[in-house]
Design a protein around this ligand. Structure first.
Ligand code: 6PG
Length: 471
């Protein structure tokens, strides 16, 4: 192919960029890809054989292949590399060319890029892409935001490549500026929370109940057939059946117990603190990844202090159904926390995010897709302004119906010493949120006592101060 034939170009041909491009080509779009690494370009040539795919190793040559006005998508590591590519691109682009960032960029950076680029005449979209390599290739969930007027230029393309549920593509316009990347950050925060909760169930069943990997696989498979059905449950069941090629042992047992992160989990925890919206299950998930990283210290302390873990006294056949219900309640609360933050952020940042649409586009393609999203979406359709999912009577009932199971599982974990901070945070959040009176009156009193910070009263408006040491 020669000339300006490609409808969209991709910069960054790592597996995500390549797969997304091949997905576009499969849907009949003529596409071009560029990467400064010739090996990635060669991979695109190989995998794109027979498809309308152009691959280039020179940026200028690549840009010449794109129809005008151009649409250029970036799938490069978040942070500095995105700015570096944009800086290199700008002198070679014409005003009106569209730049799309499909990476996991920090939303404040997306906000800045959107503003700066639009001032220079370049519309910019920040698009959250979820679903990993397979999702990118076969149908991701897409979370676009940015320059509204530019969205129609790629809307059909994004709808064509996205996953679809009930025949409707898992993509929706989410709002201006950084809305798309903010929603993706919330998606990832929920992802962290759900993964932590599932990991805690694994620990409870393995160290607490003594189940082997085969039994664990059966349990997760069973759960995936029920209300807990979802992608993360499905891959968890799969993981417990896999064998390590090197040793012939179960692969799960040869994997180091130290989980890392690329940043989205930390960002959501930080931003939730800034907006003063509690998301403790997600915070705990981030914290436990951090704690897992202290592997050597944990080993040393375990040696010196000994492990607290005692096998459960509970009958597995009784505890397992309770655990399933407890997980379900905690998962609803995890989604609820992430979405409550999104509700607040949308107000503060004026995104105008439609949470029914967010829960709809998360039903397919993405990592947190799960059967329970149907119920969450129904709640937002009933009441689009819900500040917290617990205000929805149906969902509140779903959680309350499982409250005793959650208490039972957390109590059993506390007695046996298996750490379940995510489940505990879920329960504490529920208990805290439904407490009309919390002990924060004492905290107000203490602050005023030692620092004259004043306090508010229950019987009169305004700020008050007492001379505590003289009373
Ligand atoms: C997805 C994933 C994907 C990736 C994240 C999380 O939605 O497809 O969230 O974006 O797995 O980068 O990675 P960390 O666990 O390293 O933060």
């Amino acid at each position: 192919m020669a000339g300006q034939t490609a409808q969209i170009g991709m910069i960054g041909l790592g597996v995500m960029g390549r797969n997304l491009l091949l997905n576009m080509a499969d849907h009949g779009y003529a596409v071009a890809g560029y990467d400064r690494n010739p090996e990635q370009v060669a991979a695109l040539v190989r995998e794109g054989a027979g498809k309308p795919v152009i691959a280039e190793t020179e940026l200028a040559a690549f840009l010449k292949r794109l129809k005008l006005p151009r649409a250029v998508m970036l799938l490069v590591p978040a942070g500095g590399p995105v700015d570096a590519v944009i800086t290199e691109l700008l002198p070679l682009l014409a005003r009106g060319d569209l730049i799309i960032d499909g990476g996991n960029s920090y939303f404040e950076e997306t906000e800045r890029r959107c503003r700066d680029l639009s001032q220079q005449g370049f519309p910019f979209l920040g698009v959250g892409v979820s679903g990993g390599e397979e999702g990118a290739r076969r149908g991701p969930s897409l979370m676009p935001g940015g320059a509204r007027e530019a969205y129609p230029r790629v809307q059909k393309l994004l709808e064509a490549i996205a996953a679809s549920v009930d025949g409707v593509p898992c993509v929706a316009w989410l709002g201006s500026g950084s809305a798309g990347h903010y929603v993706k950050m919330v998606h990832n925060g929920i992802e962290y929370g759900l993964m932590q909760l599932i990991a805690e169930s694994y620990d409870l069943m393995k160290r607490g109940l003594g189940l082997d990997n085969q039994r664990l696989q059966e349990v997760y498979r069973g759960w995936n057939r029920g209300a807990l059905n979802g992608y993360l449950m499905e891959i968890t069941a799969d993981i417990f059946g896999q064998i390590d090629d090197r040793t012939g042992h179960d692969r799960i047992d040869v994997i180091l117990d130290a989980a890392r992160q690329k940043g989205t989990g930390m960002w959501i925890a930080q931003n939730a603190m800034t907006l003063q919206v509690p998301i403790p299950i997600i915070d705990m998930a981030v914290m436990m990844r951090d704690l897992s990283g202290f592997k050597e210290q944990r080993e040393r302390v375990a040696l010196e202090l000994g492990s607290a873990v005692q096998p459960f006294e509970d009958d597995p056949e009784e505890l397992l159904p309770a655990l399933e219900q407890a997980l379900y309640a905690a998962m609803i609360l995890t989604f609820g926390q992430g979405l409550a933050l999104l509700h607040k952020a949308s107000e503060v940042r004026d995104y105008g995010v439609d949470l029914a649409e967010v829960t709809r586009i998360w039903r397919g393609g993405c990592i947190i897709r799960a059967a329970l999203l149907d119920g969450l979406r129904a709640a937002y359709l009933r009441n689009p302004g819900l500040a917290n999912l617990l205000f929805d009577p149906h969902l509140a009932q779903e959680v309350l119906a499982r409250e005793q199971d959650l208490r039972r599982v957390v109590s059993a974990a506390v007695r046996s010493g298996v750490p379940v901070p995510g489940l505990m945070a879920a329960l504490a959040y529920l208990d805290g949120y439904r407490s009309a009176r919390l002990p924060a009156n004492l905290i107000q009193a203490q602050r005023d006592y030692f620092g004259a910070h004043t306090y508010e009263r229950i019987d009169a408006a305004g700020k008050f101060h007492s001379e505590w040491q003289r009373s």
